[in-house]
Design a protein around this ligand. Structure first.
Ligand code: PMP
Length: 388
């Protein structure tokens, strides 16, 4: 029979080809389906078949919970992109970066010399899960203490754990740690430090770095991430966390990730990044061109930098537009509400602890989603030129 057609919300008809006039454009979630066409093109080489008897055990034959072959492929991926140094470091797997973030917060706080809980901070605007997760686990070892910048000139011997997201979600900024000193520990969330989104300026060499498959290959549903750790004691505490929370990442997931990374590394090892970058660059160019004609709406300004991976100067091609509404357009609404009125659902700036002038628009969704978003933004901006 015919495959069941699941239309995008903005399309109807028997083959999903009819554009509906008043549909809501979803620019909310960061589901990275922009990479789906690449995997469709590479469907056979990326497929996995698992026989019923395969990998039934708790452990691999060496007694560990992680595939050494997968670990070696992750190291190869970093070496080929040049975005992180893995030599002499420990690697641990988790069910997505989400799992690893808390494992890292746990590991950096559990051996805390001071009696008060470690202060977990991030600079605004920051990825909301840091706060939500830290508060959810409600530990005696750590507390979420909001904006890192507030603590800049604070001197005490309490431990800080700063989450540094670079490029940043939501605004693509190449964030650096705000706090420094002997009591400050940092977790570098480098989820977006890939050629799809940003020039690769130098291999990252931080104490604790977190990456995720979600933003590298787009397989967010596989729930796979990894951390690269310098310090052995921190590594061991993260390992204990993984042992006790899930006893490692599903062996099927590890198998699938291995297959995907083999495709990413195949040929000259650039095809996936070329696809990712050209897709994201195209979107950013189109969107920023439209918005450059507006006096009411603007997005973040991103400067070109030399990319060692592509050996060219590149302007970042961010995963999200961090859209600003000027005060004149807000009246008593938030920027999120202004966009909602023209059928665009973004994510409210307040979720990232920013003010009501901001809304995040996802650019990593499917081509249809992006085209619809662009169409609505064009309408919004053309109203303005008619007003003149
Ligand atoms: N960190 C950042 C900055 C993210 O944007 C995301 C995903 N939106 C994550 C972590 C979580 O990734 P994962 O799917 O691996 O849990």
């Amino acid at each position: 029979g015919n495959p069941v057609c699941e239309c995008n919300m903005c399309y109807g008809g028997s083959d999903c080809s009819e554009l509906l006039p008043d549909c809501m454009v979803d620019a909310d979630s960061g589901d990275p389906t922009f990479l789906e066409p690449f995997w469709m093109k590479n469907a056979a080489s990326s497929a996995v078949v698992v026989a019923g008897w395969h990998r039934m055990s708790y452990e691999y034959s060496d007694g560990s919970l992680i595939s050494e072959e997968l670990k070696a492929h992750i190291q190869k991926v970093h070496a080929s992109v040049g975005n992180a140094i893995t030599d002499g470091k420990y690697i641990i797997f988790g069910a997505g970066a989400t799992h690893l973030i808390n494992a890292a917060v746990h590991a950096l706080s559990s051996n805390n010399a001071s009696s008060s809980p470690a202060k977990v901070v991030a600079s605004i605007p920051y990825y909301p899960v840091y706060k939500e997760q830290t508060e959810f686990f409600n530990s005696e070892d750590y507390k979420f203490n909001e904006d890192a910048s507030m603590w800049k000139n604070y001197s005490s011997n309490s431990t800080f754990i700063e989450l540094v997201t670079s490029p940043n979600n939501p605004d693509g900024d190449m964030k650096k740690a705000v706090l420094q000193g002997q009591f400050v520990k940092t977790i570098h969330d480098l989820a977006y430090y890939w050629p799809h989104f940003t020039p690769i300026t130098a291999p990252a060499d931080e104490d604790l770095m977190i990456f995720t498959l979600s933003k590298l290959t787009g397989h967010a549903g596989s729930r796979f991430g990894w951390a690269i750790i310098k310090d052995e004691a921190v590594y061991k505490r993260m390992l204990t966390y993984m042992d006790l929370s899930t006893y490692g990442v599903s062996r099927e997931t590890q198998l699938r990730v291995l297959k995907l990374l083999k495709v990413a590394l195949s040929g000259n090892g650039r095809a996936m990044y070329e696809f990712g970058y050209s897709t994201m660059k195209n979107r950013w160019t189109k969107l920023s061109k439209v918005l450059s004609q507006s006096k009411r709406f603007s997005t973040q300004n991103l400067k070109p930098r030399y990319c060692s991976f592509s050996q060219q100067f590149r302007t970042p091609s961010p995963a999200f537009a961090w859209l600003k509404c000027e005060t004149s357009v807000l009246e008593d609404r938030s920027c999120y509400e202004v966009l909602k009125e023209v059928n665009i659902t973004g994510r409210e700036g307040s979720l990232f602890s920013a003010d009501k002038h901001y809304v995040r628009l996802s650019l990593v969704r499917s081509e249809d989603d992006f085209d619809l978003l662009l169409r609505q933004i064009k309408k919004l901006v053309s109203v303005e030129s008619n007003d003149k």
